[in-house]
Structures are given as structure tokens and as C-alpha cells.
Ligand binder design. Sequence first.
Ligand SMILES: [Mn+2]
Length: 329
Amino acid sequence: MAKENETEEPGLLLHHWDADGMSSAAILLRCLEGTYETFTPTIGNYLLNEEDKEEIRKLDPDHTIVADMALPKDSIEFLKGFGGVHIFDHHIQERHDVEMHHNPIISGKTPKEYPSCSWVVTEYLELEPDILTILGAFGDRETKLKENERAMNVIQPLMDSFKVGFDDMLRCVHMMDTLHKLGDRKSIREFPWFLMDVTHPNEILSRKDLKENLEKLEETIERLSKRELTRSKENLYRLRLKTPYNIISTVTRKISWSRSDDDIVMVTNPSFHPGETQVYIRGAIPNSKEIIEYVRNKGHSAGGKEDVVGMVIPTEQEDEILDEVIKKL
Ligand SMILES: [Mn+2]
């Protein structure tokens, strides 16, 4: 991979906007030769939209490396139009027809063995696990890492050598993840360049800007979760936010956890992306699968689990879609 980029055009290093994506990109930057442009898609979109594509066309990359993002086929086809595509990932996804698609999870390995993309990249490059390797894992797994003995056997000695604890590492990734929660895409793209020189967690913990971000977000989440809900059905409670921050999942979880298990909480926010409404539903959802399918069949992004559904729908169709969703609740 090192000698590949011998032309004038930079390579494109496209990474997820979260702590794992930024850490994986930083590991790659340490090893790549030639010039690279870091890029993250529009926050919240697991695909390349027209704006993203326009920017990539302007960059006209020689080739692309994708880290920690399961992009759909048409986005990958778009990238292939510029040159070779190499993918490092750990999400469940279809195997793409590209130069290289390295994803141990689709080859049958378990998330316990590969808790993050940073883990995948570290192993692929035959590096010793270090601060960046474990930052990615903390970002994606948080406290669940404690149950992963295999991963902890790598993480614990590193934390000991840094003289930091589990909570300090968690704080690092929470600080890093403030960037996407605040929608600060520019800083996300710059962060791997800072991260690639980091050797100790204190270099992250001491970043004043990230500390301030964290305080601002915590204060906002606290305030919004205390807002009065409207009751729109038997056990369905709703809240409409108008926040430029990507915090709907945290706010919904906080409200839901403070209420009875029989309640359903639906939170909407039309102010993160203009024209799009984020929707989060949490609690005693009788049929989350059916709701996800309904929204996907309408051509919109939706996902979730038994007790949580998240979606992004056009604001102009919000009432129509949510009326149908509510009928199913
Ligand atoms: Mn990841």
C-alpha cells in the first residue's frame, strides 16, 4: 500500500466520524506514504450524498481508503470511478467488488476478536496495539469492553503503562465523540492528524476545546431531557427538539430510562440537518422490525433493535410517516 501513491493527486482517506473512525484513520496516516486528504461523510449519513460527492469530485483522488464505514454499493461504485478502493471495516456488510475489502467479521470472525476497526487495522499492518488501537475499542464498546477478556488482556497492560484507569479512557472517547455530536465536521477531518502523534491519553484529556464541548453537551442534554412531554396515545409520550446537536439518541435514552418500562418515548429533531427530521423511539415498542421495514420501504434510513428505533425522514413528510408509525405503536 505504501508505494502505491506515486502520482500527484492525493489519496482519499474516508473515515467514520466517531472515535473509532478517527483512531483508525490516524493509525493508517502513520503508515501511509504520499499525500492524503481525510474525509468524513455528512454526519449521520452512512452513505455519500450529493454534497459529499461534489466535494470528492473536486478533490479528484488518486484512490480511496475507507475506514470503519459500511458504505452502500452505489457509494463504493462512485469512489471506484476515481481509482482503487481499499476498505478496512468491522461492520456486518456485503463484500464489495474492490481492490481490497479487509473485514474479518464478514470472514466469520467475532466482534469479541475484533471490537473495533482500529483493532482490524492494527492487526493488518502488523503493529503492536497502542493507544490508538484501544481508543477505537473504547469508542465502539465503552463499558462492554470489561466483559471482553481477550481485549482486556491487551488493554489493561497499556492502561497500566499509561497509569490511567478505565474511566479515563472512556472520558477520552467521550471527548472525541463531542465533535460529531456538535456537528463539527471540519474538526473531525482534522482530528486524525492530531491523533497520529498522540502517545498518551493525557494529550487528549488535556484538550481544552474538547473539555468545553463536553460541558456544553452535558448541560444541553440535561436541560432537554427535563422538558415536558406531550402524551399522544395510551403509553406514548412525545418530545420535539430543535437542536443543532446530534444528541437525539442520548436524550431519548435518558428520558426513557427515567420512565416506566411500559412507556414509549418518541423524540423528533428537525434542526440537525435542514430538511431532515431525526426520529428516535425507545421503550416498550411492540414491533420495531415492522416499523424499520416500513420506513426503509419508503426509501429512508432506519435502524434499531427490539427496544429502540432510529430514523431520518424528510421533514415535509414527517407528519404523514409518523402518523403511520404511531398507528403501529
Ligand atoms: Mn467502529
